[in-house]
Design a protein. Structure first.
Length: 279
């Protein structure tokens, strides 16, 4: 487990919880930029309150509330008042959760954002606290199974049906690929539109509607995801910054802190620690 420089946060990786990233933190005078994760996010507010913005809605999570946000769902957060907030989070692949209890069928879609379920909240908090102090593995895994099974049984819904409109779904996929392959480049909307075969304005509106982000915001997020992947592999932070399209290490650090709540150094060290313990 590692603390982040100048931030009241601790981050660790738990292989026994399905490859989950766990964080405990206190945030004062801090806001999360609009961003996404490639995993589901579960967060228990333990003190204060945070206002969250997702596509089409704002909500406030207060002490005792457990909120859930699906993978790839854009969201931002900021304090309700000067006291800020404290929370515990678990980021984990929802399909791994389903596999953990032998589930199959369509992909998991969370029925959040706030999960009103005292039993679920209690299981989440116990798993999180026990993982932080490296308590006995077997009871933690059993408690985690209780959390997962209750979550899937009571707090998921059917995936939304997305109707295709002309060439737009293909264009969205191609736009993602175009941006993912040019993290270190300044790209123009006209160039993307030409590459995917849609007029610029139609592409912009379709992409924003499908992803909840503009192409530029998506590119910033793609750079952060690339950086996180390279940091987990143990690459030097300076090299990670350049490879993922940031101007320098300072630029990466500022962006990473605003989105992840920890510094790149703390994030990298958390994974190095977990590997060392496993070895």
């Amino acid at each position: 487990m590692r603390r982040s420089d100048n931030l009241e946060t601790a981050l660790w990786y738990a292989a026994d919880l399905g490859g989950a990233e766990l964080l405990r933190g206190r945030f004062v005078d801090y806001s999360y930029d609009l961003h996404t994760h490639d995993t589901a996010c579960f967060a228990l507010v333990t003190r204060g309150a945070i206002r969250i913005r997702t596509r089409g809605r704002d909500f406030v999570a207060r002490a005792g509330d457990l909120y859930a946000i699906d993978a790839d769902e854009p969201h931002a957060g900021w304090p309700v008042d000067a006291a800020g907030w404290s929370l515990r989070t678990i980021h984990v692949d929802a399909e791994r959760l389903k596999a953990r209890v032998g589930g199959d069928g369509p992909r998991v879609v969370l029925a959040g954002p706030i999960l009103r379920d005292a039993v679920l909240v209690d299981a989440f908090e116990q798993v999180h606290r026990d993982s932080e102090v490296a308590g006995p593995t077997l009871p933690r895994e059993e408690r985690y199974l209780e959390f997962v099974s209750r979550l899937l049984a009571r707090h998921t819904r059917e995936p939304p049906h997305v109707a295709g409109v002309g060439r737009e779904p293909r264009a969205i996929r191609l736009t993602r690929e175009y941006l993912d392959q040019r993290l270190d480049q300044r790209v123009r909307l006209d160039d993307i539109a030409s590459a995917v075969g849609l007029p610029p304005f139609r592409l912009y509106r379709a992409f924003e509607r499908a992803t909840g982000m503009s192409p530029h915001a998506y590119q910033r997020q793609a750079r952060l995801r690339c950086a996180a992947h390279l940091l987990r592999q143990g690459n030097p932070i300076h090299d990670v910054a350049i490879a993922s399209g940031f101007a320098d290490q300072a630029h990466l650090t500022r962006s990473f802190r605003r989105t992840m709540g920890v510094t790149p150094g703390a994030y990298k060290a958390a994974f190095a620690d977990s590997i060392a313990r496993a070895g």
